[in-house]
Write a protein that binds this ligand. Structure first.
Ligand code: SAM
Length: 349
């Protein structure tokens, strides 16, 4: 059975690893899309943590940019051999007793230069479904089956969505803060730090607590530690964490002077402040310099840190000064439409 998942651009490799661990056979990776086949229960795919959405594949082909493309879209989907299988996968993933199937179509487009509008592509998809499943009822919202079509340049990708918004947003985010990280990105950072079952895990600028929660959800650990300089962030993190993930400590502190002993931590994962809302560059440089020095101090030799920032040069300068942290990997990742990087660091001595 063939599927694909949407991932935040830059996370395709980590999403592929998660899928492979699940037992899927991972195929092509395209910007923001990972294709795979999987013969297990489709419900198992709803537990994926590093992808935004997962789909059962209906059709995938190139279509013309001219208006002829609309007829090609309709024919491709009306005749798609995989359509019933994809609907069957949805029925198994989300079993529900119903009298009649309701559906809606979502049409997306990245780039393009098509000679027809996105709305027309959606209508072509609806005509195809009307031909293929005349008894289905079209609705605007709360549809049982969602058929998503993505046009990326000349490639059309059509699938039945198996996931819902809880895959992307999770269910724990009661207290929202600005600049809060996407849970899938937080989970990818957790995976990249190679967590171990006895780890003391630290997020020194934890905001609403997303990274700590994703580490807690990932699996066993020794202790979770987090803090933030703003009391409202500490309160939001505590609300989102609730009574889970013990032992855990969330404190108000300055990441530039952590109340932790040298060598007390195995893993650091942190979404650093960056972007428009953050003040002057020299202030950021000072914060990066001081907090990188503290991370270097509290990490054990051989410890790993994974940091996220779009301010690559500022972090590289800070790391050069911290000396003991060397960059093992730099991975570009798109965060809120902006190019940012995962820095995977190791403490050498
Ligand atoms: C990009 S946000 C982190 C968001 C977090 N990962 C989340 O998902 O909510 C950066 C956080 O760093 C905190 N921060 C800034 N300077 C700090 C400092 N010197 N010490 C501790 N926290 C700091 C900010 O208050 C903010 O909550």
């Amino acid at each position: 059975m063939q599927y694909y998942a949407f991932a935040v651009p830059g996370l395709e490799e980590i999403a592929g690893q998660e899928l492979a661990e699940l037992g899927a056979d991972v195929g092509e990776r395209r910007r923001g899309v990972v294709f795979f086949s999987w013969d297990g229960d489709p419900q198992g795919l709803l537990a994926l943590t590093t992808v935004e959405d997962v789909y059962a594949l209906v059709a995938r082909d190139t279509v013309k940019r001219s208006r002829e493309g609309l007829e090609e879209i309709e024919a491709l989907v009306a005749d798609a051999e995989l359509f019933e299988l994809a609907v069957g996968a949805h029925r198994r993933a989300r079993p529900k007793r119903i009298k009649r199937i309701s559906y809606r179509v979502v049409a997306q487009r990245h780039g393009g230069r098509q000679r027809y509008m996105r709305k027309e592509a959606r209508k072509a998809l609806e005509r195809a479904i009307g031909r293929r499943f005349p008894r289905w009822r079209k609705v605007e919202e709360e549809a049982l089956i969602e058929v998503w079509g993505l046009e990326a340049d000349r490639q059309l990708l059509v699938g039945v969505r198996l996931s819902d918004r809880t895959m992307r947003h999770r269910t724990y985010k009661e207290a929202q803060l600005e600049a809060s990280l996407r849970p899938t990105v937080a989970r990818a950072m957790v995976r990249l730090c190679e967590p171990g079952v006895d780890d003391v895990f630290l997020d020194p600028m934890c905001g609403a607590g997303t990274i700590l929660i994703e580490r807690g959800e990932y699996g066993r650990y020794g202790q979770l530690l987090g803090g933030d300089i703003r009391p409202e962030a500490v309160a939001a993190a505590r609300t989102n964490i609730g009574p889970r993930y013990k032992p855990i400590e969330v404190r108000e502190w300055d990441a530039a002077s952590l109340p932790l002993a040298a060598g007390a931590v195995d893993r650091v994962v942190c979404n650093l402040p960056f972007g428009k809302k953050i003040g002057e560059l020299w202030e950021l440089q000072t914060l990066y310099g001081r907090s990188a020095g503290e991370m270097a101090r509290v990490l054990k030799p051989g410890g790993v840190a994974v940091l996220l920032t779009s301010e690559r040069a500022a972090l590289e300068r800070a790391l050069a000064a911290a000396e003991v942290l060397y960059i093992e990997r730099l991975m570009p990742v798109e965060v809120l439409g902006q190019e940012a990087f995962f820095f995977k660091l190791k403490k050498v001595i």
